[in-house]
Design a protein around this ligand. Structure first.
Ligand code: ATP
Ligand code: MG
Length: 626
């Protein structure tokens, strides 16, 4: 919940409402017009009912006969009012709905657009859960009071009209109104103030309950294999219990206030009847007027609730809006430059790292950020393959991120064909480099869509050519629907190795001039991995030659590289050919040999199968570390 007193919550809440009205002024006018029409007709209906009783019913009872003409007129008046009221309700509901859902859609779009603009560093600091709730429930909460807002505004107009009409009728009855309406209003305010924190708590617990559920189901594999079912169930049950208590407390409050809100207008009607009877005897008012006013009190009670609904939602709206605004106001997106390479250039690019220093931003601002890379300098010459080798945590993935400008160096330069990557346009950068990340990501879509990603100029021929280069054409051809096969959420219907080759084909389809492979073939049979790399170095049909920076572990893979860069703790310790490094760098020898042994042991246990995912280099190294 937002901090601050309830008064400034009210003030800030009204400002949020003001923003909504400024953004959708026309639709708001329609809704309020409908609502005001409805309110005035409610008052009119009370007077028509009073008129019917005073002019038709009472004389009819006294004379024992009903005047047909008057009756028809009364019926027509009541019918007309009902029709207009329907029009008013329709306008209000439609307008309010339109306004609320349009605002929600607009802000969902703005928030998600912002996510995509914000740099990776920002994403590292914010959990997926938070991002989802910003785009979803926070946006919804911010615009929640919009639904009853036109009703509430119409009701305010109606109350003013009601008091005015009371004064026109009789001052004594007006005094009853002046006592009852403000009391009704005050009761609504108290009610919503009490309700707000309870609702907020329930809302928070709802998010927690679904968060726990999401985590347990997402991690079902861990939960099951580690025998954590009982603990997970208990964790969930505790939160679900809290939510139940919170909702019961909401219900209890409703149970106390709802009858009061019902009763107050009834007491008002009673007071009107008592006062009215006296005034009637005094000859100050007529029967028509008395019935009208009494009826007015009974029909006003419900609309007054609308004001309470708006007030009750304001704190939640302010809290939601604060979180949404925090995203929208965040700056720090990567500015792109103006330099663009000629799109027709198909020659391999030269990648340069020039005294690059880099540290991830600390999780909390006051902590110092540790340096992850220090003075990293190397080149991947045009058309060459450079292997990046080093122990876990050495900074290989970080170097890969810098090379494709997912992050920018703290100092030093990363260049492509001599141009600082910060000076390139977004389009030029995307067309020049491609990263195949350590963890492959596959969309829940067809194989074709996963490879083309809607990019221009990638037809089925290009897709197949990329699949061939990635050694993935075989298994894709064997899929039931070929390129049209759906691969399931995160590619669950594929093996680890198949997923990796699909993401590799995706990168290749864009014909990058620099390809960065971050352990991108770890789940692939070593022979297939070597074949892929060999194919990339001398691409045949469809493929353009590219410079390659590859994070590698396997001797066979490394041996294919023109040069090996050995990194330890964020520094380039040695560089040279594989053979040179084997002869001169003890750490390098240990790493490559240890990895090879682990691989051989595995291979003795079972021969690789295409579909069986083999452990990634990361897991291998962890084993070596022990
Ligand atoms: N998002 C991040 N925020 C903070 N620190 C990070 C982040 N990503 C990586 N690091 C740290 O940076 C260092 C280098 O990580 P990096 O992922 O580059 O290593 P790596 O060489 O790719 O390791 P691996 O072989 O296990 O993939 C590690 O100490 C790691 O803890
Ligand atoms: Mg890594």
């Amino acid at each position: 919940m937002a901090s601050g007193t309830s008064r400034d919550v009210l003030g800030r809440g009204l400002r949020v409402l003001g923003r909504a009205i400024r953004e959708q002024p026309r639709i708001f006018t329609v809704a309020v017009t409908g609502s005001v029409l409805f309110g005035l007709l409610v008052i009119a209906s009370a007077y028509v009912v009073g008129g019917v009783v005073g002019e038709v019913v009472v004389p009819a009872v006294e004379r024992g006969e009903v005047g047909g003409g008057v009756l028809a007129l009364a019926a027509a008046a009541l019918f007309g009012i009902s029709v207009l009221r329907v029009v008013g309700i329709f306008g209000r509901r439609l307008g309010a709905g339109y306004m609320q859902y349009r605002l929600q859609a607009a802000y969902r779009r703005r928030v998600t657009r912002r996510y995509l603009d914000l740099p990776l560093a920002w994403h590292h600091r914010n959990s997926t859960g938070t991002l989802l709730s910003n785009a979803n429930s926070d946006v919804e909460a911010a615009w929640y009071p919009i639904a009853p807002l036109p009703f509430a505004v119409g009701t305010l107009v109606m109350l003013v009209g009601a008091v005015a009409s009371l004064f026109v009728t009789d001052w004594a009855l007006a005094l009853v109104g002046l006592a009852v309406f403000p009391a009704l209003f005050a009761l609504n305010v108290v009610y919503s103030r009490r309700m707000a924190p309870r609702q907020a708590r329930a809302q928070r617990l709802r998010a927690e309950v679904s968060g726990i559920a999401h985590e347990s189901f997402d991690g079902a594999l861990v939960v099951k294999t580690m025998g954590r079912e009982a603990q997970e169930t208990a964790r969930f049950a505790a939160r679900a219990g809290d939510l139940r208590d919170a909702l019961i407390s909401v219900g209890r409050l409703r149970g106390v206030f709802d009858p009061m809100l019902e009763t107050l207008p009834s007491l008002g009607t009673l007071a009107v009847l008592v006062v009215g009877a006296i005034r009637l005897r005094q000859g100050a008012i007529t029967v028509t007027e008395l019935v009208s006013v009494a009826f007015l009190f009974t029909v006003l009670a419900f609309p007054v609730r609308a004001i309470g609904w708006v007030l009750a939602e304001l704190p939640r709206s302010v809290a939601g809006w604060d979180r949404v605004r925090r995203v929208l106001d965040t700056t720090g997106e990567m500015p792109y430059g103006e330099v663009a390479f000629d799109p027709a250039t198909r020659t391999p690019a030269t990648l340069g790292f020039d005294d690059v220093h880099f540290g991830y931003e600390p999780a909390e601002a006051h902590l110092p950020g540790a340096e992850v890379l220090g003075a990293v300098t190397f080149t991947v010459p045009a058309g060459k393959t450079v292997a990046l080798v080093g122990p876990t945590g050495a900074g290989k993935s970080t170097i890969a991120s810098l090379a494709v400008r997912l992050v920018d160096p703290d100092s030093g330069r990363v260049t492509l064909d001599g141009v600082d990557v910060r000076e390139l346009t977004a389009a030029s950068l995307a067309a020049t480099v491609a990263l195949v990340a350590q963890v492959p990501f596959v969309f829940d879509d067809t194989v074709r869509a996963n490879i083309t990603l809607d990019r221009d100029g990638i037809g089925d021929d290009e897709v197949w050519a990329a699949l061939r280069l990635a050694e993935a054409d075989g298994f894709v051809a064997a899929l039931p629907d070929g390129l049209d096969t759906m691969v399931g959420e995160r590619g669950t219907s594929l093996s680890g190795g198949q997923r990796q080759r699909l993401t590799l084909a995706r990168a290749l389809a864009g014909r990058p001039r620099l390809l960065v492979l971050d352990d991108a073939t770890s789940a692939v049979d070593p022979r297939v991995e070597a074949a892929i790399l060999a194919g990339l170095r001398t691409p045949g049909d469809g493929g353009a030659p590219a410079s390659i920076l590859v994070v590698a572990y396997r001797r066979a893979t490394i041996a294919l590289a023109d040069e090996v860069i050995y990194v330890e703790q964020g520094r380039v310790v040695a560089r040279g050919t594989h053979t040179e490094l084997l002869a001169t760098v003890p750490g390098y020898v240990d790493l490559v040999t240890a990895y090879e042994q682990a691989e051989q042991e595995r291979e003795q246990k079972h021969t690789y199968e295409e579909v069986a995912p083999v452990p990634s280099g990361l897991e291998m190294e962890m084993e070596v570390d022990r």
